[in-house]
Design a binder for this molecule. Structure first.
Ligand SMILES: Cc1ncc(C[n+]2csc(CCOP(=O)(O)OP(=O)(O)O)c2C)c(N)n1
Length: 296
């Protein structure tokens, strides 16, 4: 069934929405999935994945116009999403599985030999349109897709998620400049603004300075959003949609916490790319209620 933002659609038959409580429950299960997938594979990136669980759940369940069972590579007639910070694939896979792109039990194959659920996303999995993980490229890819939609007269939107550490890649700044210059106003970019990256805080590694001012100066409409309040995330995304078509690209600084939802992982960049051992996995799962049923 199609998801249409009810405030933008008069067609009640097409409205399919989860309540805020349901979104919270799905995000909780997604967090369990992330811990189980990465601990079982003994590799992966749980920290950023946990931090983006609320946003990704809200986007895929209540915001984007998508039909998982009719996925087309071209993206014509539906919204498109690109995960530029491809290392947080566990959250993408968990949300996609829970949304119906592939069987939930396939999550058990994460990072195993021959799997479609590679450590970094690959188009071998239906629902993925571009490989990502080599940082800095996803914004450019999304801008190209958004311009393609304009050529196609397709009114649907393109979404892209990038890391804040990822913004240290120079290609992003060329893309930011280009999107504003070319008035790419059918694109909503989101930055996972946790101020952490692989080697420490973003400020320590290479400060982004006043990111909001920089993005605004580059010609983008810039929003600040708390990343763990699904009702605020949803509100912001709906608002961002209303800003589309106004000759400026839109970007959301999504304030998140790495490792959010597990007390000993929260706010610690150690969990960027390390996984829980058996004891820590049990501790983490004890803090994350099974709401939809674990994959087998
Ligand atoms: C081009 C490129 N350089 C370096 C890396 C290695 N790398 C993977 S994740 C990462 C840090 C990214 O930080 P951020 O985007 O803030 O992600 P978070 O730690 O918040 O998940 C780096 C440097 C990479 N994947 N690609």
């Amino acid at each position: 069934m199609k998801i249409i933002n009810p405030s933008l659609s008069a067609d009640a038959d097409y409205v399919y929405m989860k309540s805020i409580e349901e979104l919270q429950a799905i995000a909780m299960q997604v967090r369990r999935d992330i811990i189980r997938m990465t601990s079982d594979a003994k590799s992966g990136h749980p920290g950023g994945s946990l931090g983006c669980a609320d946003f990704m759940t809200t986007l895929f369940f209540n915001v984007m116009n998508i039909e998982p069972d009719k996925f087309q590579m071209s993206g014509r007639g539906e919204d498109m999403f690109f995960l530029s910070n491809g290392h947080i694939s566990p959250v993408l896979y968990a949300v996609m599985a829970r949304r119906g792109y592939f069987p939930v039990n396939e999550l058990a194959t994460f990072r195993k030999i021959g799997t479609r659920l590679q450590g970094h996303p690959s188009p071998m999995l239906s629902g993925i349109r571009a490989a990502s993980g080599s940082l800095g490229q996803g914004l450019s890819v999304a801008i190209g897709a958004a311009l393609g939609k304009k050529l196609d007269n397709d009114a649907n939107l393109v979404y892209v998620l990038c890391g804040d550490g990822e913004l240290q890649e120079g290609q992003n700044w060329e893309a930011l400049m280009y999107a504003a210059a070319k008035k790419v106003d059918n694109l909503i970019a989101v930055i996972d603004y946790n101020n952490l990256q692989i080697d420490g805080t973003c400020d320590e590694v290479c400060s982004l300075g006043n990111l909001q001012d920089k993005l605004t100066a580059f010609g983008w409409t810039t929003l600040h959003v708390p990343g763990h309040d699904v009702s605020e995330v949803q509100r912001a995304l709906y608002y961002a949609k209303t800003l589309c078509g106004q000759k400026k690209p839109v970007i959301i600084l999504l304030k998140t916490e790495m490792g959010h939802g597990v007390d000993f992982m929260a706010g610690d960049n150690k969990w960027h790319g390390s996984v829980t051992n058996a004891e820590q996995t049990q501790q983490a799962l004890a803090q994350l209620t099974e709401t939809l049923g674990d994959y087998q």
